[in-house]
Design a protein around this ligand. Sequence first.
Ligand SMILES: C[S@@+](CC[C@H](N)C(=O)[O-])C[C@H]1O[C@@H](n2cnc3c(N)ncnc32)[C@H](O)[C@@H]1O
Length: 205
Amino acid sequence: MLNDSIIHQTNLISEQITKNKLKIILNHLEHNLNQNLEGGVVEMGCYIGTTSLFIQRLLMKYHQSSNFFVYDSFQGLPDKTIEDLSIVGEQFQKSQLNCSKNDLIINFKKNNLPLPKITKAWFNQLTYRQLPEKIYFAFLDSDFYFSILDSLKLIWPIFNQKGTIVVDDYNYAALPGVTKAIELFFQNKNVKIRQLDNLAIITKN
Ligand SMILES: C[S@@+](CC[C@H](N)C(=O)[O-])C[C@H]1O[C@@H](n2cnc3c(N)ncnc32)[C@H](O)[C@@H]1O
């Protein structure tokens, strides 16, 4: 139970993820690691690294720590669009979750973990030169409709179809844009979407 020990021995540095969700994310990543799939691991929306630290701990056990790529605006959330408006209220506003790239670096250093490849950018401005050639595992955690849609459009052409895409906040009433983006993007694609906790687990059908 490698993941159980990684998760239980270490505290979370923010409330951006729960231990239950972490366990689900790491179990799927470990399944893909054991398959030796071609490509890299990406996190789109890394913030201060709450989840990234755990992904890196697992990748280290598999000597894959140099194969981890994380992305964020490091300017917090963008503007909401109409797809993001929620009946449960007005949480999650522009510029919330603002931190610097250095905050993320410090958290990796404090935890004695090798740094992932960190890119500061809005997702719709990223180019393929800033991504690994192929991706077998993606964790998407960027809260809003266009943020998730932009990430999916970007990673899909280079996604290793044997891998896994995990998206946070699926069917979460406060962030309705996430589910809308997933449903729109995958409507004509041959994938299986399962929900575990508030995570969408997307794999080839
Ligand atoms: C919920 S936080 C991510 C939490 C992180 N995964 C963790 O475990 O700590 C969402 C992050 O997505 C980033 N973000 C949202 N939309 C973005 C976009 N379109 N381009 C770049 N970054 C974006 C925000 O800056 C924020 O840091």
